[in-house]
Design a protein around this ligand. Sequence first.
Ligand SMILES: C[S@@+](CC[C@H](N)C(=O)[O-])C[C@H]1O[C@@H](n2cnc3c(N)ncnc32)[C@H](O)[C@@H]1O
Length: 229
Amino acid sequence: MNKKISKYYDQKQASEYEARRNNLVWHAESEVFDKIKNRIASKYDNSMEVLDVGAGTGRWIPHLHKVSSKYVGTDISENMLNQAKLKLEICPEEFKDKVKLIVSSVNKMSQNVSGKYDLIIMTRFLSHFSINEIRNILNIVKNFSKGDLIVSVRVADKSINLLSEILDLILRSPIGAIKRFRKSGRLTYARLDTDYNAVIAQSGFRVTKKNLVTQDKYNRYEYWELTLD
Ligand SMILES: C[S@@+](CC[C@H](N)C(=O)[O-])C[C@H]1O[C@@H](n2cnc3c(N)ncnc32)[C@H](O)[C@@H]1O
């Protein structure tokens, strides 16, 4: 797993994380998340057990307290989870007893987390990992799943010319290009959805719905709903 990413979130990034991301994409994500969450929660009578992997600052806590009987947020960064604790201040008192925030790397979850969950969330998380690591992560979270999973995925528009996307990225932001390559081993998101579909199929999960969050010239940002077969 990527140690640099873990260190990055453990520094002052934790206190600035949400302020830096409070933009149109962030709000579009919240809208899409709420729609999905409401639909899933109604299956569980608004009383579902939720596991948020790479929960970060606990951005989903205020969206979940009315529909969850249990919320477990895990993250490798204690500083990020300290920010998540602050979210509890705006939740009803009775919800606070239903929340556990656990410092754990995703690959140590079997040692640190117990139980099975109606809904598992992994937003803005899988993009930190290579496709082989994602295969491993899906196998890990499968052991905690009773049914539903939400993941965020960035996919390339099929009609684009790959070369022009790569050239555009390099010209626009050479540093961005280097960062993207170091993070994910890719300069383009082309075929990322094909890779995701393949590892998901191998994991025993099935994609049931792809929800568009936002798109730019080259890419679509989507929230995928998965279910355990
Ligand atoms: C971009 S943030 C996403 C936070 C939140 N899920 C969201 O949607 O805003 C990624 C989070 O993944 C956590 N993370 C990175 N590597 C991890 C690992 N190996 N195990 C668990 N958490 C990890 C980071 O500490 C960070 O809080």
